[in-house]
Design a protein around this ligand. Structure first.
Ligand code: GH3
Ligand code: MG
Ligand code: MG
Ligand code: MG
Length: 301
């Protein structure tokens, strides 16, 4: 399978300069172009941001230094490496560019082979960094987001819910009597069960704003932005059903002959305000405890 090409954005006020760099790089990369710093910022913050930016310094309007400063100030664009490509060849200019956070600095006239090599080095590093970031936010067993990712998203969505006055719901999900499952079927089967349960629940949460994460051992958590108590209940019922219908045999469960989960839910809204993300989690956890107490394989809000 051919690998997807990395994307390089070329920013220069002179179309001839853009053309020279593009013809050098277009065999190996997808090329985006911008003829101003302002336009470059918009594109870098857009739907498909570049993996590297080649940035001219002398441009009318926002110059390259200022563009770089803004890219590095913005969380959304900070990790995109910038290489200045410029006719300015003073040591002070280069020092200024590197101190602004640029990854590299190329003075014109440049050697095509050197440009290609420097671009390749930065793109390779960027793709590696992206992969490490992805791995650090993903659970190794189930391949769904992990607790770190969840806590990041919860902080973000909490802020958004407060700003927009939208409800925010959270579900804590725990596999019922999983210790006896492991004891009886073995740890390997236990791991397989965790994967199947995670997959079934992830498929049930179809909205892109919803996030399902593995919170700990056999505990999962779902974050449901813009979802009120009623919506939360519906989703929880769907999740219970999705796990039941896997029909994974569980001979030692006294709840059902197959694997089940219990779910606790909590909602932050104007009607049921919570003081912070921790109290929202605590409420869902308390509700989960009550669902367990009431006999498991059920939902409590
Ligand atoms: P309850 O219905 O009250 O939740 O009972 P439980 O047995 O599920 O609860 P408990 O917390 O006592 O047991 C959780 C078990 O989950 C213990 C551990 O063996 C198992 N577990 C946790 N993480 C993993 C994992 O990564 N793989 C496997 N196979 N088992 C795990
Ligand atoms: Mg220029
Ligand atoms: Mg547990
Ligand atoms: Mg359990």
């Amino acid at each position: 399978m051919p690998e997807k090409k990395a994307t390089v954005m070329i920013v220069d006020d002179q179309p001839t300069n853009i053309h020279a760099l593009a013809s050098l790089l277009k065999v190996d990369y997808r090329i985006l172009t911008a003829t101003s710093g302002e336009r470059a910022l918009v594109m870098a913050r857009g739907e498909s941001p570049p993996d590297l930016i080649l940035l001219d310094i002398v441009m009318p309007g926002m110059d390259g230094y200022d563009t770089c400063r803004r890219l590095k100030d913005d969380e959304a664009t900070r990790s995109i490496p910038v290489i200045f490509v410029t006719a300015l060849d003073d040591v002070e200019d280069e020092e200024k560019g590197l101190n602004l956070g640029a990854a590299d600095y190329i003075s014109k006239p440049f050697s095509p082979a050197i440009v290609r090599a420097r671009v390749r080095n930065q793109v390779t590093l960027k793709l590696k960094t992206d992969m490490l970031e992805k791995i650090s936010l993903q659970d190794g067993l189930t391949e769904i987001p992990n607790r770190r990712k969840f806590d990041q998203k919860l902080a973000e969505e909490w802020g958004r819910a407060r700003r927009d006055g939208q409800p925010l719901s959270l579900l804590m999900i725990d596999i019922d009597q999983f210790k006896p499952y492991n004891d009886h079927y073995g740890h390997g089967a236990g791991d397989e069960c965790l994967k199947r349960v995670a997959q079934a629940m992830a498929q049930t949460l179809s909205r892109t704003s919803d996030l399902l994460a593995r919170y700990g051992g056999e505990e999962f958590v779902a974050l449901l932005p813009g979802t009120d108590e009623t919506g939360c209940r519906h989703l929880a019922e769907s999740l219970l059903e999705a796990v039941r219908s896997l029909q994974l045999p569980h001979g030692l469960s006294d709840v059902a002959p197959h694997v089940t989960v219990s779910i606790g839910g909590a909602t932050h809204s104007a009607r049921t305000p919570k003081t912070n993300p921790e109290t929202l989690k605590k409420s869902a956890d308390d509700a989960l405890y009550l669902a367990k107490q009431a006999g498991r394989n059920r939902y409590h809000h």
